[in-house]
Design a protein around this ligand. Structure first.
Ligand SMILES: [Zn+2]
Length: 398
């Protein structure tokens, strides 16, 4: 049985004040390390740390606290591991800065998170691993499935590099232990961003045997929750510890507090359009242009979000005067004119549909349709709104 370290990706989040941190001013790291024994350092991804920062990490945590740290994006995203671009020197510089943590036994692993654009390239990976300072442990996180193959595992075993096991929308949750450490990251399964996600009990339970498997295979397993919005990471991490039978009484108490705080939190208010439909006569609606029609059905915040969705994320499968079928990312949208029915399946839809408002996905579909079609559709819905139904897909299937 190996050792298991579970924690969160980062600790400096404003929205953790309340559910997790008691006050704004106190050192968050000191408070965090009272509860968790490990953390992932995220800030090193954006820039090399200063000496003072590293000394702070050392000083404000108990002696048995252990970190993992992300490699600078200069190495992983800009130079894409290419040793011909001076990656060896960059690694040396970074490792030298992290040395105080390493010497004090407080550095578990360095994490190389690759960009999605970096596809399978064995020679590139091998040259990177061959210049990686051998006194440091490394875990590599892919964002492209092409890497998940035998050659990669063999190379990682040869260099004692850990494959990063992930829970996220891009890769399957494959468990593969390739070194004496195992490394797991829970990113969340949110639409956008992934990290705004609260894992349900069943979803965590599915991970229990997987984590147990890594603990059986590796000397040390590190696992981090990165779904940091609203301190979900804190709650889910403590829940995972509990399910694995690896939770301390103090952590159990914190778990309860966070849970209660999140439960008592006011729910997001239902959407409120900037133009109220009831203020208009059918003749007026029939004279309105696209922008105003949209403002009847979607509030400004959601319109803004709809505009943030990329065109290529929308697939219009069918657009006729009778039926609109589309997908936005992994969500489906059906507007069935003859049955006066809109079907959709995102989480926000459960807030929008009861008040007959539209979410950003449906909004984006309307924006992508030929404007004339969208206008005539919205006029139709606007003038006969009582007859229209806004429903989730599930109800339809049942
Ligand atoms: Zn939606």
């Amino acid at each position: 049985m190996g050792k298991l370290w579970l924690g969160c990706s980062g600790w400096f989040y404003k929205d953790w004040v309340g559910p997790f941190y008691r006050e704004e001013t106190k050192s968050k790291l000191a408070a965090y390390s009272q509860v968790f024994k490990t953390a992932e350092i995220d800030s090193t991804f954006y820039a090399y740390p200063s000496k003072g920062m590293v000394m702070g990490w050392l000083k404000y945590t108990p002696p048995d606290f252990i970190y993992s740290a992300k490699l600078p994006r200069l190495i992983t995203h800009k130079k894409k591991l290419d040793v011909n671009k001076g990656v060896e020197e960059d690694l040396q510089r970074f490792c030298k800065l992290m040395e105080p943590l390493q010497q004090n036994g407080k550095l578990g692993c360095l994490l190389a998170q690759l960009p999605p654009s970096l596809k399978f390239n064995l020679p590139l990976m091998e040259s990177f691993l061959s210049v990686f300072p051998s006194r440091f442990r490394v875990a590599v996180e892919f964002r492209d499935e092409s890497w998940l193959r035998e050659e990669t595992w063999r190379l990682f075993e040869q260099y004692n590099a850990a494959y990063t096991i992930v829970d996220e929308p891009l890769l399957p949750p494959k468990v593969k232990v390739t070194s004496d450490i195992a490394y797991v990251r829970w990113h969340g399964r949110g639409d956008y961003p992934w990290y705004n996600y609260h894992y349900k009990t069943e979803e965590l339970e599915q991970w229990v045997p997987k984590v147990e498997e890594t603990v059986n295979q590796a000397e040390t397993t590190f696992g981090y929750f990165n779904n940091h919005y609203h301190a979900y990471a804190v709650k889910n991490c403590l829940e995972m510890m509990d399910k694995l039978g690896a939770i301390l009484p103090r952590q159990k108490e914190v778990k309860k507090t966070v849970k209660e705080y999140l439960k008592a939190r006011p729910k997001a208010p239902p959407p409120k359009p900037s133009l109220a439909l009831t203020a208009f006569m059918p003749e007026e609606i029939n004279r309105m242009g696209f922008k105003d029609l949209l403002r009847i059905f979607i509030d400004n915040r959601r319109i803004k979000r709809a505009k943030g969705i990329k065109d290529e994320e929308v697939k219009l499968q069918e657009v006729t005067s009778d039926l609109v079928k589309a997908t936005v990312r992994r969500y489906r949208v059906t507007i069935d004119v003859s049955n006066r029915l809109i079907l959709h399946d995102c989480a926000d839809w459960s807030r929008c549909a009861p008040v007959k408002q539209l979410c950003k996905h449906v909004g984006k579909v309307l924006m992508m349709m030929p404007e004339e079609e969208a206008v005539s559709l919205l006029r139709k819905i606007g003038t006969e709104r009582e007859k229209w139904e806004f429903k989730p897909y599930v109800a339809q299937v049942l």
